[in-house]
Design a protein around this ligand. Structure first.
Ligand code: 6PG
Length: 233
C-alpha cells in the first residue's frame, strides 16, 4: 500500500478516482494506443462511474480506444440487479461512446466454471497469454476480500489461470468468477476504492501487511498501487 489518500466523504473520493482514471486513460492511449480498464463491482465505485459518464469527464477519455473488463462477477444474468456488469452499464457504459465489441463482460449467466473459461479465453485473445492490464479498479469488503478473492479461498493460490470460479457460500450470490492474483499483480496500476466504517479494521490489517486479508496479497510487481479511502474506512 504505497500510496494512501484519505478523503472526507465518498463524493470527494469519487472525484479523485475519476481524475485518476481519466489521467491513466490519457497516458495509456498516448503511449500504447489503447486503455485496458478493469472495473470493480459492488457499490463503492458507482459514484465514480456516474461521474465518468457525464461532463466534464465523459469527453476527457477517448472511449473509442478503451476496452473494459471486470475484476469479478456474480454468476447471475447481465440484467440481474446483482450483476456487476449491469451496475457499470447503467452508471457508465450506456452513457459513453465505447464500441460494444470493447466491452468484455464476464458471462455470469453461464455456470461459473464455463464463465471463467470463456472470460479467460477472451482476455488471452485480446492481450496474450499473460495480460498486463493498464488500470485495475478494486474494492474491499469488511473481511478484507477483494474482487471475489475471499479469505482462505483456494482461488488465492491459483497461479496458472487468469480467471477462476469461486464458491463463496456466505455471500448473497455464492457462485462467482474472479481474476486471480497474478493478473492483479501484473497490472500497470491498481486503484483501490474503499469507503465505509465497517472496513476500518480490515484496512488497518492490510496496512500492517496481514496477508490473511486477501487485499494485502495484491502487491503490484512493477507498477503503482493507489488506495483512495474515506476517513472512516
Ligand atoms: C463484488 C465486488 C467486491 C466489492 C467489495 C466491496 O462483486 O461484490 O467485486 O469485491 O468490491 O465487496 O463492496 P462495496 O463497494 O459494495 O462495499
Amino acid at each position: 500500500m504505497n500510496d494512501l489518500q484519505v478523503f472526507s466523504n465518498s463524493q470527494a473520493l469519487a472525484e479523485a478516482a475519476a481524475d485518476t482514471i481519466a489521467d491513466q486513460a490519457r497516458r495509456s492511449i498516448k503511449a500504447r494506443g489503447q486503455f485496458y480498464l478493469v472495473l470493480a463491482g459492488g457499490s463503492t465505485p458507482e459514484p465514480t462511474y456516474r461521474l465518468l459518464g457525464k461532463p466534464p469527464y465523459r469527453s476527457q477519455i477517448d472511449w473509442s480506444r478503451v476496452h473494459v473488463f471486470w475484476g469479478d462477477e456474480r454468476c447471475v444474468p447481465p440484467e440481474d440487479e446483482k450483476s456487476n456488469y449491469r451496475m457499470a452499464w447503467e452508471a457508465l457504459l450506456a452513457h459513453v461512446p465505447i464500441p460494444a465489441t470493447q466491452i468484455h463482460r464476464i458471462p455470469g449467466e453461464l455456470p461459473a466454471g464455463d464463465a471463467a473459461a470463456v472470460y479467460q479465453a477472451a482476455l488471452r485473445a485480446i492481450l496474450g497469454p499473460n495480460p498486463r492490464l493498464d488500470l485495475i479498479l478494486l474494492g474491499m469488503g469488511a473481511d478484507g476480500h477483494t474482487a471475489s478473492l475471499f479469505p482462505n479461498s483456494p482461488a488465492l493460490e491459483v497461479e496458472d489461470e487468469l480467471a477462476v470460479a469461486v464458491h463463496a457460500p456466505d455471500q448473497e450470490v455464492p457462485w462467482r468468477v474472479t481474476l486471480t492474483l497474478p493478473v492483479l499483480n501484473r497490472a500497470r496500476t491498481v486503484l483501490f476504492l474503499v469507503s465505509g466504517e465497517e472496513k476500518a479494521e480490515a484496512l488497518a490489517r492490510v496496512r500492517e501487511g496481514d496477508e490473511a486479508m486477501p487485499a494485502a496479497r495484491v502487491q503490484v510487481q512493477s507498477g503503482e498501487e493507489v488506495w483512495l479511502v474515506t476517513a472512516v474506512a
